[in-house]
Design a protein around this ligand. Structure first.
Ligand SMILES: *Cc1c(COP(=O)(O)O)cnc(C)c1O
Length: 452
């Protein structure tokens, strides 16, 4: 063994203590360090021929890179929809690396059973019935990809074709219908060979991001399709009427995929849970976990009621791997073959804080968004582009948005991202971090008031 590697092996426990100390420093700095940085990288270095050992690597990281990381794990980072990582989730993630399981199959480990247990818990958390099964993927993009892949397989079947075996060459072009599709839906159609131009963006209700049902019905009358319904849009957290959409299936055949990346957490809020009425009728459902569950990147889950289609699409046939059988290993269900044990951080979070602990995060974040919306509403020149429906404040300002956001980022106190809503440039403030309080929202408002 390389002597430096052998030295690290001999000192592994002490070295982990050093890593822990460094992580503690990082966490302690979250409140004071700049929330986001312009992102100047350090000057490049060449590949080390002679290693520095873990001690040396820790020092080099601290010197060159550590202070250049964003404070996105902290309470005042409101860009995109970015969660942090709760203590239990960090612990689960560290143990994931220490255990280094391969979740492709169950050979020699109960880890896949823990993943199945975690998927069941999440299913219950989101109020999905027991007819749904699921698996972990890297993010909502991959969860949407899997849902659409199943829809594509279903679509082929409508014409007696097997898309997994033959592609879609003998069937009419597959249309993906949605009122406000997330960009990842469009990306998924590209990856699936369906084609970005096959996404039909339908009219929405006046002043809303929810699909106009009459327009949807008219599109469905043209033939089978995949419908992507939204449970929580990124700009205004709008929800499609899932029950009414599902009811259209009595007259038209379609695959119903629900993109609930973060909006599925409405299930935890007494006030917002009714927005998910009809979710149980979906064929596939996407839920992100590195957003509102506050587990470290990267983790999401895909649910479906059609695991048979999932095996048809993702079956990984090879003599040495055997037949998928009755209870297929995860490698026959997901795009990846070798898979990280990314269920473990979620298992830790759910075990440590339960549904109630996570409900409190959702309700507190929602209260913080409301408070910021209320305060911004009092500033002349600032206009809310939509009511604060849940955890996102979407607003317009009089000045130039990119310049204003650069000024906000330069304060180091908070970080927000731009958007375009209904043709108008705007700013989004998205709350999904477990540390954020209503007081943070007030502090963020003070920063914005002096900057915008
Ligand atoms: C964030 C998000 C996605 C994509 O999620 P990733 O985790 O970034 O892949 C998809 N849909 C919605 C509604 C989202 O909010």
């Amino acid at each position: 063994m390389d002597p430096i590697l052998a030295g690290d092996l001999a000192r592994f426990p002490d070295l982990l203590t050093a890593v822990r100390d460094q992580a503690v420093k990082v966490l302690a700095s979250l409140d004071d360090r700049p929330v986001a940085l312009p992102g100047e990288p350090p000057s490049p270095e060449t590949l080390p021929q002679q290693g520095a050992g873990l001690d040396g690597a820790l020092d080099r990281f601290a010197e060159r890179w550590q202070d250049r990381m964003s404070g996105s794990a902290g309470p005042r980072y409101l860009g995109f929809v970015t969660g942090g990582a709760t203590p239990a989730a960090v612990a689960g993630d560290w143990l994931t690396s220490a255990l280094d399981q391969n979740l492709s199959s169950g050979a020699g480990s109960a880890a896949p059973d823990l993943e199945r247990e975690t998927v069941r818990w999440l299913r219950d958390l989101f109020g999905l019935p027991g007819t749904f099964s699921g698996s972990f993927v890297t993010g909502a993009t991959m969860s949407n990809f899997v849902g659409l892949a199943l829809g594509r397989q279903w679509y082929g079947e409508q014409y007696g074709a097997d898309a997994a075996e033959d592609g879609l060459r003998n069937v009419p072009p597959l249309r993906v219908l949605s009122g406000t599709p997330h960009s990842s839906i469009v990306k998924a159609t590209s990856m699936l060979g369906v084609g970005r131009n096959q996404v039909r963006v339908l009219p929405t209700l006046p002043g809303r991001e929810a699909v106009d049902l009459a327009a949807l019905e008219a599109a469905l009358a043209e033939g089978p399709a995949i419908v992507v319904a939204n449970a929580g849009t990124v700009n205004t957290v709008d929800f499609d009427d899932l029950r009414a959409i599902a009811d259209l299936r009595q007259r038209y055949p379609f695959w119903l995929h629900v993109d609930g990346a973060f909006g599925l957490f409405a299930a935890l809020s007494r006030e917002h849970a009714p927005l998910l009425d009809g979710l149980d009728e979906a064929d596939s459902v996407c839920a992100d976990l590195h957003k509102w569950l506050n587990v470290p990147y990267d983790a999401a889950v895909q649910f479906t009621r059609r695991p048979d289609l999932q095996v048809a699409v993702f079956r990984n046939a090879a003599a040495y791997l055997g037949d998928p059988g009755e209870n297929p290993d995860f490698m026959h269900l997901t795009p990846e073959n070798s898979r990280r044990f990314r269920a473990l951080p979620a298992w830790f979070a759910l075990t440590a804080y339960g549904a109630n602990g996570h409900r409190e995060i959702v309700e507190r974040n929602t209260a913080a968004a409301r408070r910021l919306g209320e305060l911004l509403g009092t500033v002349p020149g600032v206009r809310l582009l939509a009511p604060v429906r849940m955890n996102v404040v979407c607003f317009a300002i009089e000045g130039d948005v990119p310049a204003a956001l650069r000024a906000v980022t330069a304060t180091g106190r908070t970080f927000l991202t731009p958007t375009v809503y209904d043709g108008q440039p705007g700013i989004r403030a998205a709350f999904s971090n477990w540390r954020t309080t209503v007081q943070d929202a007030e502090e963020i408002f003070e920063t914005l008031r002096h900057t915008l």
